[in-house]
Design a protein around this ligand. Structure first.
Ligand code: SAM
Length: 283
């Protein structure tokens, strides 16, 4: 029986049994695999790194979509960078937004995921509010005149095509594309193993946002403990949205979630001391 072995770290790794292989090939940009595992359901990997699994994708996509959207409260125009599997788009479209622009560099990811990972997008690419662009996310935010209420960077790790989405230039341009009171959130790795990645992001975001910080959620198949998400906005009130307001928006939206709720939302911004020390430069 074949196994998938993740190649993100040296010295430690995780392996998933491949019970059925649906797709494995190089696309124009990266190596793409989709296979079935008895415990995780369908799994997608890019360049040897786990991207998403049917078993735990709800945690990641609910937290990266609903925390900024319920904090903002009246987002109409949303930008998703990356997100080729379509699950982030699916979650954002559960809100009464006017339009979601999704900018994905690798069309093959969208096509193959729609075929072999259909429950991730669940028809989201066909929603009338979806505006799909195949482009590099950094080029898009550098060139567009559009303004967005929420920008979600659902990228791969800063290796290969995803590297530019962790650059100083990306945060500069993404901030330029935010409407007043807008929020940028990004996937920012697993701090237990990628603490430097988080420190670099903090250093690069600080000059552009009055409120730049992180929030966390445990995604079991992102090996090494909880995942960090970066948060950037100039409206310091948004991260302090009171619980009654969060509950009101959550109840009014009527979105059935499996991980997100207002208490988890608020608690996710509480960071462990080792991360606070790393961010304050005392460790
Ligand atoms: N949940 C995953 C994670 O946390 O690592 C991310 C999933 S999603 C599949 C990542 C997507 O980012 C991929 O479809 C990849 O093609 C896309 N991507 C990577 N670099 C990009 C870039 N520079 N511009 C736009 N999309 C990019």
């Amino acid at each position: 029986m074949k196994h998938f072995k993740e190649t993100l770290y040296d010295a430690v790794c995780q392996e998933f049994r491949i019970d059925k292989l649906y797709f494995e090939n190089r696309t124009k940009h990266q190596h793409l695999m989709i296979f079935h595992n008895a415990r995780l359901g369908r799994v997608m990997t890019l360049d040897g790194i786990v991207q998403t699994t049917e078993a735990d994708e709800f945690i990641y996509h609910e937290m990266l979509a609903h925390v900024p959207l319920f904090s903002h409260g009246r987002a109409q125009r949303v930008l998703i960078i990356g997100g080729g599997d379509g699950a982030m788009l699916r979650e954002v479209l559960r809100h009464p937004v006017e339009q979601v622009t999704l900018v994905e560099i690798d069309k093959a990811v969208i096509d193959i995921a729609k075929k072999h990972l259909p429950d991730h997008s669940a028809g989201a690419f066909e929603d009338a509010r979806t505006n799909l662009t195949i482009a590099d996310g950094l080029e898009y935010v550098s060139d567009t005149d559009e303004k967005f209420d929420v920008i979600i960077c659902d990228s791969t790790d800063p290796i290969g095509p995803g590297e530019v989405l962790f650059s100083e230039e990306f945060y500069t341009q993404a901030k330029r594309c935010l409407a007043p009171g807008g929020i940028l959130v990004t996937q920012n790795g697993v701090p237990f193993f990628q603490l430097d990645e988080l420190k670099v992001t903090a250093r690069r975001m600080a000059p552009h946002f009055v409120d730049a910080t992180f929030y966390c959620a445990p995604v079991p198949t992102y090996y090494g403990g909880f995942m960090a998400f970066s948060w950037g906005t100039d409206d310091t009130r948004l991260r302090q949205t009171d619980m009654a307001t969060l509950h009101g928006r959550y109840d009014e939206a009527g979105i059935k979630t499996r991980y997100y709720n207002p208490e988890i939302h608020r608690a996710s911004f509480a960071l462990p001391q080792y991360i606070l020390d790393a961010l304050s430069g005392t460790s």
